[in-house]
Each structure stands twice: as structure tokens, then as C-alpha cells.
Design a protein around this ligand. Structure first.
Ligand code: HXC
Length: 260
């Protein structure tokens, strides 16, 4: 399928790769781009040949934020009535894991887009930030809520209120990104695809349950979360993949997942 603002591919078996492709605007996230992104992500999420997704941008920018020129003249009535940005959240509701591979600017909505993904890998060139305060607004795509859960209150407050950028190294120290990859063009995408391929080689039901259980920790108390995790764990004993996985271990062979 052809998109105007995206390139969608399957670089290796089991992996769907979405590349934001609006380089002249540093991948500014316009509404038409986001409609395409939601569509592409939903299609890959439903695609039986895909076990994990990677979302990336370009070398210079993952995404420099929501499209400021598009937002500039909008009124309160307009954004409120049309629930502007509400559809951004779809990306955080995918069943399959999605890895953000970030090079260059990930600012404002670009940073929030990365935060909606399950894992963030960064190039040493990655520059994150929530500069909305400099535009007279605040993050509107989950920045205040997801950052605080990822890096704590004091840092989040500082970043949201000063609007200062932060580096890949800071993001790694704070635990926002799972690792900073080596230097070199395309390196971060290569690593993300490798990681996605590894995830895609597992049983899909267990992967889906693992993602669901980890994400539930954002919403639930510890007691509720432990109960939820145990229910999913118990439920997996109804799958062929559990029988296969444990039999294969006992028989000293590799499991063959049927995702059933
Ligand atoms: C629209 C953008 C844009 C954006 C860059 N461009 N970011 N257009 N919306 N967010 C456009 C520029 O206007 C310019 O277009 C082209 O991309 C290249 O950008 P330059 O500024 O010339 O590049 P450079 O000097 O290298 O500076 C890079 C930059 C800067 C530091 C990233 O572009 C910048 O500060 N961008 C805005 C970052 C930002 O404030 N993001 C938060 C947005 S608010 P022309 O046509 O002039 O060549 C937001 C709210 C989210 O995201 C709320 C809900 C999700």
C-alpha cells in the first residue's frame, strides 16, 4: 500500500517497519500523517505474518513534534469539538509490541510518540524534549503522564516547565530508553529490527500477554497487578504454545510455536 507520509515495509520475517517520511518538515506530525500512521499500525497489528513492529523516522529527525503550522490558528472550540489529538492514543493500544528507533529530534509530539511505543532505542544523535512551553502550551499527547511514569516527577517537571532538550545519554541514564546503540547511519533501525525479529520469533500469545501485563502496571495497584499477571499466566496453560515450549525444553529441542 502506498502512503504519502510513510514508508511501510517488512525488512525481515515477522517484522513490520513504519518509517515516517516527511523529511522536509522534519517529520512534523500533521493530522494527515497521523491518520496514515494509525492505519498502517492497525494493519500491521492485524497482519498474521507480523509479530512485532518498529517505528522510525529519519537520521535528522524522528519527529520534530505536532505540526505547529497546522495548529497555529486553531481555536479552543475547534480543538475541543473535534477532540484534536485524541486519535494519537491509538498507537499505545496495539496488541503487538512496537519499538521506537529514534535518531535526531524527538521533540514535543515526537517525544510523546516514542513514549507511546513499548521500547525505545536511541541513536547517540537522538535529542528528546518537550518544548511545548515555548509555544504557550503544554504536552498534549501524553508527555506529562508518560514521562513521569518513566523518569519520575522532578525530572519531568523540569523538562515540561523549562522546555529544555535532553540527550540520548541522559535518556539512557534515566531509563527512558532501553539502550543507546553504536554510531552510524541506520544503526538504530538495524538494532530495533533485530530486537523486533527476536520478539517475533516467540509465541505470539505469550508476547501479547507479556505486553498486556507490563502495561497493566501503569493502571493497577500492586495487588491488582499481581492478580492480573497471574490470571494471564494461568490462561497461557490453555495454549498449545505452553505445552510445546515446556515439552521442547524437557526434550532438549527448539520449540515450534503455532501461536495457538
Ligand atoms: C511544523 C516544522 C516543525 C513542526 C520543524 N518544522 N518542526 N513544521 N511543525 N513541529 C519545519 C520547519 O518549519 C522548517 O520548514 C523545516 O521543518 C526544517 O526545520 P528548521 O527549523 O529549519 O530546522 P533546524 O534549524 O535544524 O531546527 C530544527 C528544530 C526546529 C530545532 C527541530 O525545527 C524546531 O524547533 N522545531 C519545532 C520543535 C517543537 O517545538 N516541537 C513541538 C511542537 S508542539 P521550512 O518550510 O521553514 O523549511 C507539539 C505539541 C504536541 O508537538 C501536542 C500533542 C501531541
Amino acid at each position: 500500500k502506498e502512503y504519502e507520509y510513510l514508508i511501510v515495509s517488512k525488512p525481515v520475517k515477522g517484522v513490520g517497519l513504519i518509517t515516517l517520511n516527511r523529511p522536509k518538515a522534519l517529520n512534523a506530525l500533521s493530522s494527515p500523517l497521523f491518520i496514515e500512521l494509525n492505519q498502517a499500525a492497525a494493519e500491521l497489528d492485524a497482519d498474521h505474518d507480523v509479530g512485532a513492529l518498529v517505528l522510525t523516522g529519519g537520521e535528522r529527525a524522528f519527529a520534530a513534534g505536532a505540526d505547529i503550522k497546522e495548529m497555529k490558528d486553531k481555536t479552543f472550540a475547534e480543538v475541543y469539538q473535534t477532540r484534536f489529538l485524541e486519535n494519537w492514543g491509538h498507537l499505545a493500544k496495539l496488541r503487538k509490541p512496537i519499538i521506537a528507533a529514534v535518531s535526531g529530534y524527538a521533540l514535543g509530539g515526537g517525544c510523546e510518540l516514542a513514549l507511546m511505543c513499548d521500547i525505545i532505542l536511541a541513536s547517540p544523535t537522538a535529542i528528546f524534549g518537550q518544548p511545548e512551553i515555548n509555544l504557550g502550551v503544554i504536552p498534549g499527547g501524553g508527555g506529562t503522564q508518560r514521562l513521569i511514569r518513566a523518569i519520575g516527577k522532578s525530572r519531568t517537571m523540569e523538562l515540561v516547565l523549562t522546555g529544555r532538550n535532553f540527550s540520548a545519554a541522559e535518556a539512557e541514564t534515566w531509563g527512558l530508553v532501553s539502550c543507546v546503540v553504536g554510531e552510524g547511519e541506520g544503526e538504530v533501525v538495524k538494532e530495533a529490527v533485530k530486537m523486533a525479529s527476536r520478539i517475533a520469533s516467540k509465541g505470539r500469545l505469550a508476547v501479547q500477554a507479556g505486553k498486556e501485563a507490563v502495561n497493566a502496571a501503569y493502571e493497577l495497584t500492586l495487588t491488582e497487578g499481581l492478580g492480573f499477571e497471574r490470571q494471564l499466566f494461568h490462561g497461557l496453560f490453555a495454549t498449545k504454545d505452553q505445552k510445546e515450549g515446556m515439552s521442547a525444553f524437557a526434550e532438549k529441542r527448539k520449540p515450534t510455536w503455532t501461536h495457538s
